[in-house]
Design a protein around this ligand. Structure first.
Ligand SMILES: [Zn+2]
Length: 164
């Protein structure tokens, strides 16, 4: 997978995540976001790696936690209305395009994590989910998610600043 410009939705999600209160060096991270390019996930889902040309934006503090910002939604019905999900059939493995989602199908969550590299650069937007549906190829729109928040402790291991 090679670098490509971020999609409009990716830009929206990135800007949205960077609205979380209390992000250190947020102005620098916004400058990085403005010039970031993306690398799509090999599985075809919406998770996207971020690359920032170090000559195009300043470096943030290496002390910024890696798992920087999170948001989630557990309103899968709302996600499905905003951007149709593909639910699995009764075998739980094969997408059934005709399926009318059951209450159980709509029981799940989708979370987003904005990661930094551990040495001051944006790293990726990771999508996590639990539910009876295929991993979406596009991030759901920002309005389905809760207000983003700086991640709580404990922080993820940082290969740059933590001992092995
Ligand atoms: Zn993926």
């Amino acid at each position: 997978m090679s670098d490509r410009p971020l999609t409009e939705r990716e830009h929206e999600i990135l800007s949205f995540l960077l609205t979380a209160p209390g992000i250190p060096d947020v102005d620098i991270l916004r400058q990085q976001a403005a010039v970031a390019t993306g690398v799509g996930c090999e599985c075809g889902c919406a998770t996207v790696g971020l690359n920032v040309d170090p000559s195009a934006a300043p470096q943030a503090s290496p002390d910024i936690r890696r798992d920087l910002v999170e948001t989630t939604t557990d309103d899968i019905a709302r996600v499905h209305r905003a951007q149709p999900l593909r639910f699995f059939g009764d075998d739980g493995e094969t997408v059934d395009p005709q399926r009318t989602p059951t209450a159980r199908d709509l029981d799940g969550y989708i979370g987003l994590i904005l990661w930094t590299t551990g040495d001051g650069w944006l790293d990726s937007i990771e999508m996590q989910l639990v539910g009876n549906f295929e991993r979406p190829a596009t991030f759901p729109p920002t309005e389905v998610f809760a207000a983003p928040a700086v991640s709580g402790e404990p922080r993820a291991w940082n290969p740059y600043t933590d001992d092995p």
